[in-house]
Design a protein. Structure first.
Length: 203
């Protein structure tokens, strides 16, 4: 009579052999699902794309900041020039008074005595004023004898004459000035207009 031997299920000797499918699953769980080199290349590509994206964002922000800086600098410069212009504009009336005084003296009788001293004083004051204008960037506009320029001249009237070409400034009534190459005040002028032939006038 054969005696049966009891063995515990956990006994190594009684372990059940693995089937082919179970063995394959264990192998797959240990072996990586992808090639390490391919994964590394994919990670490197993703990192490069992210760097390029952040670099593009940085360049855009830098360009926006540069445009903002230029805009604010220009606005600051324009506001300063406007403030200076409003102040300097008040001095132009003084220059006008000097010019009128000198013109009235030159058109009068020969200067003598106290009148001559007065003329010299006005000339000195006028010269100092023009020197101050030049240092601050104000320059007078050349008008008489030049072609009429609507950007620099303000035509108050037209005078028929054959001595000058058509649309030539023949007389300056009030001097104009530029400030930093920008118009501060236009020159008030009289512009020449050539007489028409008699046959055109009759027609």
């Amino acid at each position: 009579m054969t005696r049966s031997i009891y063995r515990h299920p956990s006994d190594p000797e009684e372990s059940k052999p693995l089937s082919d499918s179970e063995d394959q699953e264990n192998v797959e769980s240990i072996t990586p699902s992808t090639d390490p080199q391919a994964q590394l290349q994919a990670d490197l590509k993703a990192a490069k794309n992210e760097v390029a994206e952040w670099q593009d964002r940085f360049l855009r922000k830098a360009a926006e900041f540069e445009n903002y800086r230029k805009r604010t600098d220009k606005e600051k410069t324009d506001s300063m020039m406007l403030a200076k212009s409003s102040v300097l504009l008040e001095f132009l009336s003084v220059a006008d008074a000097c010019e009128r005084a000198l013109k009235s003296i030159s058109e009068g009788k020969a200067a003598s005595g106290s009148l001559q001293q007065y003329q010299q004083g006005v000339e000195l004051l006028y010269k100092q004023l023009l020197d101050t204008f030049a240092r601050t960037g104000i320059v007078p506009i050349e008008a008489e004898g030049t072609p009429f320029d609507p950007h620099l001249h303000e035509a108050l009237s037209r005078e028929e004459t054959a001595e000058f070409k058509e649309d030539t400034v023949i007389r300056e009534l009030r001097r104009g000035y530029l400030f930093k190459d920008k118009l501060l005040r236009p020159a008030q002028v009289i512009v020449a207009v050539n007489p028409q032939p008699k046959d055109q006038k009759s027609g």
